[in-house]
Design a protein around this ligand. Sequence first.
Ligand SMILES: O=C(O)CCC(=O)C(=O)O
Length: 274
Amino acid sequence: MFTKEQMEQYDRDGFVIVEHLFNEEEADLLLKIASSDDSLEGPAKDATELDLSRKFSAKVLSLGDGEGGESKFWVDDNIGEDYYSAIARCRRVVDGIEDILGGEAYHWHHKMMLKSARTGGAFMWHQDFGYWHNTGHCLFPFMASCMIAVNRTTKANGCLQVLAGSHQIGLIDHQRIDGQATADPDRVNAAVERLPLVHLELDPGSAVFFHCNLLHRSEANQSDDPRWTLICCYNAARNDPYRDSHHPRYTPLSKLDDEQVVQIGRRQWEGVAT
Ligand SMILES: O=C(O)CCC(=O)C(=O)O
């Protein structure tokens, strides 16, 4: 799916942006379905209280953000029949992930980052592999994510920020700060001095594919606009965890074609709207 130039960019920077990966109708369905989804509104459970050795499914979780705010997200380790799952199974996403992982990928989890207007909290600098290698018992950093903008992400509403090329540093030590797994500040500061900081301002339906060792963060949302993103995360089939946790072991992922994905979205929205 990715061109030679996109692959070179991914290898160099640790991420690649695909503008309008999802077209207007698909992005609009995602926004409408998410905005009317009661399960995203439920009371958030403190993510640090989870028993990570046990399986769990869809939940709204929250973490402190080190600044007195609350960072809320909904996460599901399972693939269902719904539109979010359809997007996580979509060829456009999974083929891209398989290109960058260099082989078959399977679903790790997908999550809706719920950064509400005025109240959505920050995320501190971290690498996803900084916690997945522990909570998921994965040996190799053969993991990657695709983040899709649900509404427009901007500097003002706390878009994702990345340090281009930081995936090449390798795994940095992480410590828990206010519930969040946070990369060693000393190394982060050194990386910030040396690497370009990129703010990922994206239109709805646009996406960024990124490496599990890419350093990223986001600021609290002080704007009047929500900043919601759907992040679909994957592990390489050849990186099956060496021990059980709540994360899924290797399970083949059956991909969906574009038309199947949009049909699932239309059906779900019709069900909601009638
Ligand atoms: O949504 C964000 O701003 C950050 C998300 C993130 O860093 C993560 O889920 O690992």
